[in-house]
Design a protein around this ligand. Structure first.
Ligand code: ATP
Ligand code: MG
Length: 366
């Protein structure tokens, strides 16, 4: 008899635009890689974002949230589109993401920025600078200047309007994101760079103090610190120097977008958002790409690689994750390319065909 299978509930939130196309492809790959490793998935697909607005009038229906919250991991496509652009704030599709992140309490956002050898010429950097770039940005996601009080546009004592944002970080918030980063660095090349503005900002001064204090618990990780303005330069000048980066919410927002652009392939980059307990949220970094939606042109690899992160960081199933990562490389090695990463000499394929090629590679590595 075959050994008992491990079962997991996976919430699929396809969302809008190219979301449903890339999720359907990634689901098949996830299913297949899992079954080869003795994992059984119960997929539950729920509407969020614009799709949910059209169906039931709210961007994050309670039932969708409840299925997501009670799952073992969540795979999300993309959210938003022109159609709902004029909606008032609480009825915008993007609010679904805001509610999900807030209510799942996912404080750690992991975003790799990797230049694959197969795609080195797609990078926005010169080949000699781009070759071998492989970093992971760990961004604090639920605290900092986006949430601190007081905030808002108020009237001061002179009757003038003032815009107020406040950066607050409690020691425990810094410690928990730093721990995720140390653990991540440990599984990678053992180098962690903490990025702050500790020469000017008080929240950054505490950040640096706490991260430094934790370093003794991770003697196998080499910790360094960098000011954010310098980091923004170094990412362009010599991105290879970085392995794992940890930073606050706003710096991470900016630096992770910068890092993704140097790789030059928005259609290739996955992400993970993790909490202390409960399911993690896994999604490609790209948006709903309404300009190519419904045309079978989307690159599904960012979502397929998000499924690999789901296995690795969400379920702890590193073998199954590796199967997917290897299959993606295999499909690229065979020359299959969607339009966004196409270069002459390769084979132009659509979203579905790219998915089928990855699936074949998953199978051939039995
Ligand atoms: P959002 O605000 O949701 O992040 P955006 O407008 O900033 O959306 P995207 O929706 O990611 O950005 O699209 C930016 C560009 O990249 C578009 O031209 C889109 O077609 C392209 N693009 C995004 N994702 C993919 C993908 N998976 N495959 C191919 N092209 C993509
Ligand atoms: Mg965007």
């Amino acid at each position: 008899a075959s050994p008992a299978k491990k079962r997991f509930n996976i919430a699929l939130l396809p969302g809008d635009g190219i979301g449903p196309e890339v999720i359907s492809v990634a689901k098949n790959v996830l299913q297949q890689a899992g079954s080869l490793e003795g994992l059984e998935f119960n997929f539950q697909e729920m509407p969020v974002g614009g799709a949910a607005l059209d169906l039931v009038g709210v961007p994050m229906p309670e039932e969708s949230f409840s299925v997501a919250k009670n799952s073992d991991a969540i795979l999300l496509g993309a959210i938003g589109g022109y159609k709902w652009d004029k909606n008032e704030k609480h009825l915008r599709p993007e609010m679904a993401l805001y509610y999900l992140r807030r209510d799942l309490k996912v404080f750690a956002n992991l975003r790799p920025a990797t230049v694959l050898p197969q795609l080195v010429d797609a990078s926005s950097l010169k080949r000699e600078i781009a070759e071998g770039v492989d970093m992971m940005i760990v961004r604090e996601l639920t605290g900092g200047i986006y949430f601190g009080e007081p905030r808002g546009i108020k009237i001061n004592e002179n009757g003038e309007e003032v815009g107020i944002s406040t950066e607050i970080y409690a020691a425990h918030e810094i410690d928990r994101i730093a721990r995720v980063a140390f653990e991540t660095a440990r599984k990678r090349r053992g180098k962690l760079c903490s990025i702050d503005k500790a020469n000017v900002l008080d929240a950054s001064m505490l950040w640096r103090k706490r991260v430094t204090a934790l370093a003794s618990e991770y003697p196998d990780v080499e910790l360094s610190h960098m000011y954010v303005d310098n980091a923004a330069m170094q990412l362009i000048r010599d991105p290879k120097q970085f392995d794992t980066i940890v930073t606050n919410n706003i710096f991470g927002d900016i630096l992770s977008d910068e890092a993704s652009m140097i790789t030059g392939s928005i259609g290739m980059l996955p992400s993970a958002s993790l909490g202390e307990s409960g399911p993690g949220l896994f999604e490609p970094i790209h948006g709903s790409a309404p300009d190519i939606a419904g045309q079978d042109k989307a690159n599904p690899l960012a979502t397929i690689l998000s499924a690999a992160m789901l296995l690795k960081y969400g379920l702890g199933e590193e073998e199954a994750a590796k199967r997917i990562e290897d299959a993606v490389l295999d499909a690229l090695n065979k020359g299959f390319r969607t339009g966004d990463i196409y270069s002459p000499g390769n084979k132009l394929v659509g979203c579905k065909e790219m998915g089928e090629e990855v699936l074949k590679s998953v199978d051939s590595k039995v």
